[in-house]
Design a protein around this ligand. Structure first.
Ligand code: COA
Ligand code: MG
Length: 295
């Protein structure tokens, strides 16, 4: 049955790899995943110290059920190769590669994994944040079996498009759509870009809702205050869970009568709706398991 939900990725929190306080605090935060950043959140003068600190933090562990990622600098920068080596040796859940624009860039990282003897659990995640990345999303998403998730980098995308940040994000909607199509076509997870105004809770809620309606698994975040809203919006609500159970039961009853469709509250319920309902119930269970493991 298709009721196996992937691990929850409702809330994916960035933190500068140069900030010891943030790395320490992260072990107790209710984030589904953590991105320990070596790239844009770290100034050039701090790159080497951050690399050491992040690798040390990942080795030390203590993150519980949270997925732990290291975002490296691009392999075309002076730090990229050493970042990759340090990240792979530390053994995070994934290495996040910035500004991915081609299948080749994913395969180069995969070759690095092989050469460096990466641990079998470590995956590749790709930042999708440039015009070329959007246009090549299908080949990127299908580039390598180690690739597990696409991460939208909407700030970089807005910059490169010479677009503007707007409430409904129409300037980036084509890019978000292309990456969603590519991710789902290749069975990958995908998380939405950040919401910059980190003190604006209602604005964040609207942005999360929009992402969830589009099909995003969750949202990347920049501040711990954003965690609760993303966790709430990207989780199935009680009403959705109740409705999913009703669909499953009504369809089973219809099948028992030898019928292929059911009707619930004036709506048709077919097998495909039941598949979505089962998926939603599995997501809710996965979230409950994660919460239990974090206690
Ligand atoms: N991860 C973990 N902890 C964080 C955090 C993060 N992203 N952002 C803030 N915190 C911690 C702070 O260390 C502070 O802890 P303390 O009070 O227990 O010492 C607490 O949360 C409150 O922080 P606050 O004072 O409200 O924020 P700030 O003004 O210090 O920092 C930002 C604001 C935006 C600079 C900071 O949140 C940040 O650096 N975010 C990540 C940016 C990033 O990684 N960008 C790259 C990808 S877009
Ligand atoms: Mg970026």
């Amino acid at each position: 049955m298709t009721n196996q939900a992937p691990r929850p990725r409702r809330s994916v929190l960035y933190m500068p790899g140069s900030k010891a306080r943030a790395l320490e605090k992260a072990r107790g935060l209710p984030a589904d995943a953590l991105i320990l950043d070596l790239e844009d959140a770290v100034a050039p003068a701090e790159k080497l110290a951050a690399r050491q600190m992040v690798a040390g933090a990942v080795r030390a562990g203590g993150f519980g059920p949270r997925e732990v990622l290291i975002r490296i600098n691009g392999l075309d920068t002076e730090w990229g190769a050493d970042d990759l080596a340090a990240a792979v040796a530390a053994g995070p859940d994934a290495v996040l590669v910035p500004k991915v624009e081609s299948a080749r860039m994913v395969r180069d990282v995969a070759l690095g994994f092989e050469r460096l003897g990466a641990q079998p659990h470590t995956r590749i995640w790709a930042m999708m944040e440039t015009p070329l990345g959007m246009l090549n999303a299908p080949e990127i998403a299908g580039a390598h079996p180690l690739l597990a998730c696409l991460v939208m980098g909407t700030n970089d995308l807005v910059k490169d498009l010479r677009a503007q940040h707007t409430e409904m994000r129409l300037p980036v909607i084509t890019g978000l759509g292309l990456c969603l199509l590519a991710a789902r076509a290749h069975g990958l997870a995908i998380v939405d870009g950040v919401y910059n105004a980190f003190r604006d809770a209602e604005g964040l809620r609207r942005a999360c809702l929009q992402g969830r309606e589009m099909g995003m698994d969750g949202k990347t975040l920049i501040h711990p205050d954003q965690l609760a809203i993303a966790n709430e919006v990207f989780a199935p609500s009680d009403a959705e869970i109740a409705q999913a159970r009703t669909y499953v039961e009504a369809f089973a009853a219809a099948e028992a009568r030898g019928e292929g469709v059911a009707v619930v509250d004036g709506r048709i319920v077919e097998n495909l709706h039941v598949e979505s309902a089962r998926r939603l119930l599995a997501e809710a269970e996965a979230i409950a398991r994660l919460a239990a493991a974090a206690d």
